[in-house]
Design a protein around this ligand. Structure first.
Ligand SMILES: Cc1cc2nc3c(=O)[nH]c(=O)nc-3n(C[C@H](O)[C@H](O)[C@H](O)COP(=O)(O)OP(=O)(O)OC[C@H]3O[C@@H](n4cnc5c(N)ncnc54)[C@H](O)[C@@H]3O)c2cc1C
Length: 324
């Protein structure tokens, strides 16, 4: 195996907050296949932590602050429902009364949630690959790629397959750019709020994720029109309004970043091999939930590549027929 990666400084994984949450808050439903992804995640990141000798997974609960009575009713009516009780805490013991938080309608607590420090994970994994001489720190030049039914060659290297994992940069890939990736820009803040002493993720239609030392990541916005990597004044205003709808204490903006999520029109990942060239593969379309989905899906794809099973049709890129 060899990884070719040019370490783009604005890759989605370097900007992401890295949260995982099996629950979709809008109507308190479970995210697609969340019951499959969620149990797989802890052991996967634990194995990586052991391999890289570093901590990357921070399991912490989310406190969901309600904006309406309907939201509150929806949440608590689900806490006893089969399939939800393992995620929704029926009686939260979290104390928020002394916190500088606007808590007009109450909150519910969600468990089996947390965040992965994707920046530490990437840095350490790159170090590991370099030490094993498994990383080529270069942009792939598609002109140099040659392949037939048996093998792929690139710059003097030979392989059975090339698997492209390019996130939103897939739009530059001549073999897969026909796929319906509709990237979404996201902006987020890192703030310092000295008086906000909380060790849970706060959510009120956006998130406020504690990093320690009174630093928090706050986000994120969604924009399909502006696909530049620059943070904007509109994004700043939006994030300010959101955080001020939740906290009442002073805060300082330490950082304002933007990135592009590899989202897909039908909201499902794009995994599989090219419709014409079987030794060109793709692992993409992780959208807004790469941290939750990637561990299970990578295993699923590896099983396919080893001839053990088929790719489930909803993930298989072969579902896309148009535009080839
Ligand atoms: C603001 C924001 C907040 C987010 N928050 C969360 C969150 O809380 N939880 C969550 O799960 N997800 C979140 N996401 C989504 C998450 O970032 C993505 O699902 C995930 O990072 C996608 O990973 P990826 O490896 O497919 O793409 P990327 O992280 O973009 O990686 C692509 C890699 O491919 C390399 N590459 C591309 N083309 C080439 C080439 N030709 N040659 C060599 N290398 C190449 C790039 O350098 C890069 O390293 C967020 C995204 C954004 C933008």
């Amino acid at each position: 195996m060899l990884v070719i990666d040019n370490n783009h400084k604005k890759s989605a994984s370097k900007v992401a907050a890295g949260m995982y949450n099996p629950i979709v808050f809008k109507h308190i439903t479970k995210g697609y296949n969340a019951d499959k992804y969620s149990p797989y995640l802890g052991s996967f990141y634990k194995r990586l932590e052991n391999l890289l000798n570093t901590k990357v997974d921070y399991p912490i609960n989310i406190l969901r602050f309600f904006k309406t009575i309907e939201q509150q009713n929806d949440f608590f009516s689900k806490t006893e429902e089969e399939g939800f009780s393992q995620y929704l805490v029926s009686e939260s013991k979290s104390e928020v009364n002394n916190l500088p938080i606007k808590n007009e309608i109450g909150f519910g607590e969600v468990t089996k949630t947390g965040w992965v420090n994707t920046i530490d994970l990437l840095n350490k994994y790159r170090e590991f690959l370099l030490s094993e001489e498994l990383l080529l720190n270069k942009k792939m030049d598609f002109e140099k790629l040659e392949f037939n039914d048996e093998k792929v060659t690139y710059n003097g290297l030979t392989a059975d397959k090339v698997i492209f994992c390019e996130g939103a940069f897939m739009k530059e890939n001549p073999y897969f750019k026909y796929l319906p990736l509709v990237p979404t820009k996201g902006e987020l803040f890192t703030i310092k709020a000295k008086d906000l002493e909380v060790d849970k993720i706060l959510n009120k239609g956006f998130f406020c994720l504690p990093l320690g030392d009174n630093l928090f990541r706050v986000g994120a916005t969604f924009d399909r029109k502006d696909l530049t990597y620059s943070p904007t004044d509109e994004g700043k205003q939006d994030l300010r309004e959101r955080i001020e709808s939740l906290i009442t204490c002073d805060y300082e903006i330490v950082n304002h970043q933007a990135g592009i999520r590899p989202t897909v029109s039908d909201r499902r990942p794009l995994v599989g091999v090219h419709f014409k060239y079987e030794n060109l593969g793709l692992f993409n379309g992780l959208g807004t939930k790469g941290v939750l989905i990637a561990p299970w899906l990578a295993n699923h794809f590896a099983d396919f590549l080893e001839g053990k099973s088929e790719i489930a049709p909803e993930y298989n890129l072969q579902r896309v027929k148009k535009g080839r």
